[in-house]
Design a protein around this ligand. Structure first.
Ligand code: GLU
Length: 298
């Protein structure tokens, strides 16, 4: 049997915090315990947010924590032609369409609808589903708008995509962190509506790149935070449309801030860098996230 493949896939949009340490650590620990491989993937598809200095800092923090991974590190920014090829395939199969509504237009459409007293459907993250009006635009109209330089995103026609698959989808989810006990979790991609798969200028979104790379890298186990649990439904659908083998999943607990809310870099959660600056040892960080420090001593 081939070795299990785990990966830690941070987006270098800010300094790493405890939530990242937990995810990186879980993957490293499970790879070690199962005799598997451990990969690092830098999810830097957003050129406006991912600074090279942040990537270097991230790698420095991970090394300090005692982690090591297989080289070379994969950077999503180096694989745009691959994502563009996959997008093209979905376009030829008429599963994606150029969506022209701006954020403001979406908001206005939702408000107008809700003034009528009925709630507009929202995705599991609480954002309104894309109204999808331009799904029905003709080729000529699309070409004209694109020609005029109107900004757009490529969106997946979720209904049509699900219809083509024609059967309910599931993913394998571990019941516990020892990855021994599994269940088949029903995937409901329709909860997300027509998700964006690319913009006019960047040929991928998180959903497309993560699915493409997990397949390219032969990832067998996706271990990541519970905040991405529901998004897995979209990933399953994309895997099916693109003919990729689905990995197994384990969505681990999250580290919550003092206010009980999810930690996030932008809200100023204390970074690993701050722990280091205050003289903490890696073991202190592992203890803080609830992983056994002994797992990470080289
Ligand atoms: N890059 C994503 C993040 O930092 C995680 C992707 C994944 O593990 O699927 O939130």
């Amino acid at each position: 049997m081939s070795r299990p493949v785990f990966r830690f896939a941070p987006s270098p949009n800010g300094r790493l915090h405890l939530g990242h340490a937990l995810s990186a650590g879980f993957n490293a620990m499970l790879a070690r315990r199962t005799g598997g491989r451990y990969l690092l993937r830098i999810e830097n598809i957003d050129p406006s947010r991912a600074a090279p200095a942040l990537e270097a800092a991230l790698i420095d923090d991970l090394r300090w924590l005692g982690l090591s991974w297989e080289e070379p590190v994969r950077r999503q920014s180096e694989h745009f032609p691959r994502y563009a090829g996959l997008l093209d395939r979905l376009r030829r199969e008429e599963l994606v369409y150029p969506a022209f509504m701006s954020r403001g237009e979406i908001r206005a459409a939702v408000e107008e609808h809700e003034r009528g007293g009925k709630a507009w459907p929202r995705n599991p993250d609480g954002a309104p589903l894309y109204p999808g009006r331009d799904r029905a635009l003709g080729e000529a109209e699309r070409a004209q708008r694109i020609g005029e330089g109107k900004p757009f995103t490529w969106r997946l026609d979720i209904e049509e995509a699900s219809r083509r698959i024609g059967r309910p989808l599931f993913w394998r989810e571990a019941r516990g962190e020892d990855l021994r006990d599994w269940r088949e979790n029903p995937a409901r991609p329709e909860l997300w509506g027509d998700v964006a798969l690319a913009s006019r200028d960047v040929p991928t979104s998180y959903h497309l790149a993560v699915v493409a790379d997990d397949a390219s890298q032969g990832v067998s186990h996706v271990v990541r935070g519970k905040d991405l649990f529901e998004a897995t439904a979209v990933h399953r659908l994309l895997q099916e449309l693109l003919g990729f083998t689905a990995p197994a999943y384990f969505h681990h607990r999250l580290i919550l801030g003092a206010d009980g809310r999810k930690l996030s870099k932008s809200e100023g959660a204390r970074s690993i860098a701050a722990w280091r600056a205050e003289g903490a040892a890696p073991a202190d960080v592992w203890e803080a996230v609830g992983l056994p420090p002994d797992e990470f001593r080289s």
